[in-house]
Design a protein around this ligand. Structure first.
Ligand code: SAH
Ligand code: SF4
Ligand code: F3S
Length: 475
């Protein structure tokens, strides 16, 4: 059974499997071609840009055709079983290419590499290199090792690595939106989740390097940054002793980035219900260029299930955070993640997830059936005892419900004028532009030659589907 994913926002799985392009640094071309493919969350896509930067320094050129690559990297995700299955199937295709070109190096990067470590080399004989998310600086050495006839593994996790000094090569970029990593790892131990094991301890990146990267992006014409972390609300950076140990928290960081330029839109993902503070909400409300959109994963609407999930909040706490958002930022769009059929979840408990969705009326939701991950707390403690058919039926029910609310939320925008950042032509037609509203809704509208991608326009919403607004530029 496939996961169902609604809408195409930040950790959009439809981006999975993109080939990423990079230009060689002038004068350093080493004559070898690299092909990178990324799966999973925005963090992985952002990491591939760091990998590209490290290898372009060594003179690698890229190709979009893996069959003629000298090095193939696949940056992997372990979040659910089907994410791993997808990677294994892709490796089978790489195996065919490698049989025709035995000198080809095949590397597995990212979360699956970290989860399986050297076992990967036994399980998938074609793989030459296995590299975890904190070891990308070592890639040039590891490739040398493979060139000299050995297999190579580096899956050391770090308490410090943030790649702060590496300026990512922007891959497949429209030159307008960019992801900026502000922290790595996760210290929460949600019982279903593999991320703390694949990404290690939480650490925050130096705010000055973040502001510099965003400033540089703005100077190069980018108009939107998305600050990335597994739990951005626990961002915390302590200054040196000379600065008297001043602390920069997430609200402070948001403010710093928003002050770069009023024309730079600031988005962020993911917020955690236990950590999102009123200070963060007031900061969003204070700056027009911090977008009114919060992704606040609920996972379940039932307090007993939330406790088993080790989410460290209950239903009342979550509702309190939703109410605070509605009070402080009345126009804010809210999206969520939901898991159906977690261990021991009863029909009544599932109904509380349904009633939570009715209460909040989310703008979007990413919805998944529970997938047991080896090594997690839930896998150790609880039986995965909800039949697949029940998980699927609960999923189908909430997907239908969410379709309804996605439509309701977009319909409420009709007749209103929205400020839209033009991202490019719409997928369907060169006669239309597309871009997102402050609240992250996709708007499609006829091209007007006076305006180009990267510019802001006011658009009146006239019609909508469950996923897209359609309108016309005004004024
Ligand atoms: N750090 C983010 C989530 C990262 S993973 C947060 O805490 O909200 C993205 C989503 O995948 C999670 O929110 C959860 O809904 C889903 N997910 C994670 N592990 C899962 C599993 N074992 N089975 C099904 N869905 C899972
Ligand atoms: Fe996983 Fe929970 Fe961390 Fe999110 S906060 S990455 S769900 S452990
Ligand atoms: Fe992201 Fe998947 Fe890893 S969601 S953090 S790439 S397990």
């Amino acid at each position: 059974m496939m996961d169902l994913v609604i809408s195409d926002k930040v950790h959009d799985e439809s981006r999975q499997g993109e080939a990423l392009l990079l230009e060689p640094v002038a004068g350093k071309n080493n004559g070898r071609k690299l092909y990178i493919e990324s799966y999973g969350c925005a963090m992985n896509f952002s990491d591939s840009e760091i990998v590209a930067s490290i290898l372009s320094e060594k003179g690698f050129e890229t190709t979009t055709d893996y069959t003629n690559a000298d090095v193939i990297f696949i940056n992997t995700c372990s979040i659910r079983e089907n994410a791993e299955t997808r990677v294994r199937n892709r490796l089978k295709e790489f195996k065919v290419a490698k049989s025709k070109n035995p000198g080809m190096v095949v590397g597995v990067l990212g979360c699956m590499a970290e989860r399986l470590k050297a076992k990967f080399l036994e399980e998938e004989k074609l793989v030459d290199v296995v590299v975890g998310p904190d070891a990308y600086r070592d890639l040039p050495n590891l490739i040398d090792q493979v060139d000299s006839g050995q297999k190579a593994v580096n899956v050391l996790l770090s308490r410090e690595e943030t790649y702060a000094d590496i300026s990512p090569v922007r891959l497949n970029s429209n030159g307008i939106n960019a992801f900026v990593s502000i922290m790595r790892g996760c210290d929460n131990m949600c019982s279903f989740c593999v991320v703390p094991f694949t990404r290690g301890r939480e650490r925050s990146r130096d705010p000055f390097s973040i502001v510099n990267e965003c400033t540089d992006l703005f100077d190069r014409g980018y108009r939107e940054v998305t600050l990335l972390g597994q739990n951005v609300d626990s961002y915390k950076w302590t200054a040196s002793e000379e600065a008297e140990g001043a602390i920069v928290n997430f609200a402070n960081l948001l403010e710093l980035v928003s002050q770069i330029n009023p024309d730079l839109r600031v988005r962020f993902s993911t917020s955690h219900p236990k950590d999102i503070t009123d200070e963060v909400l007031y900061t969003i409300a204070k700056y027009d260029n911090i977008c009114n959109y919060i992704h606040l994963p609920v996972q379940s609407g039932n307090s007993r299930v939330l406790e088993l999930m080790n989410r460290t909040y209950d239903r009342e706490w979550y509702i309190n955070r939703i109410d605070a958002i509605r009070r402080i930022i009345p126009e804010c769009a809210i999206s969520t993640d939901v898991i159906t059929g977690f261990c021991t979840e009863t029909d009544e408990e599932h109904k509380e997830t349904v009633s939570m969705m009715e209460y909040v009326q989310y703008d979007f939701a990413y919805m998944f059936m529970y997938s047991e991950r080896p090594g997690t707390l839930a896998a150790k403690r609880y039986a995965d005892d909800i039949p697949e058919a029940t998980k699927a039926a609960r999923l189908t029910e909430i997907v239908a419900l969410q379709q309804k609310y996605s439509l309701v939320r977009l319909q409420a925008q009709i007749g209103k004028v929205q400020r839209v950042l033009i991202e490019g032509f719409s997928k369907k037609s060169k006669n239309d532009y597309c871009g997102r509203t402050d609240q992250n809704a996709m708007m499609v509208f006829p091209v007007d030659e006076r305006y180009k991608p990267g510019m802001y326009v006011n658009v009146i919403a006239e019609r909508c589907t469950t996923a897209t607004l359609m309108g016309t530029i005004v004024g």
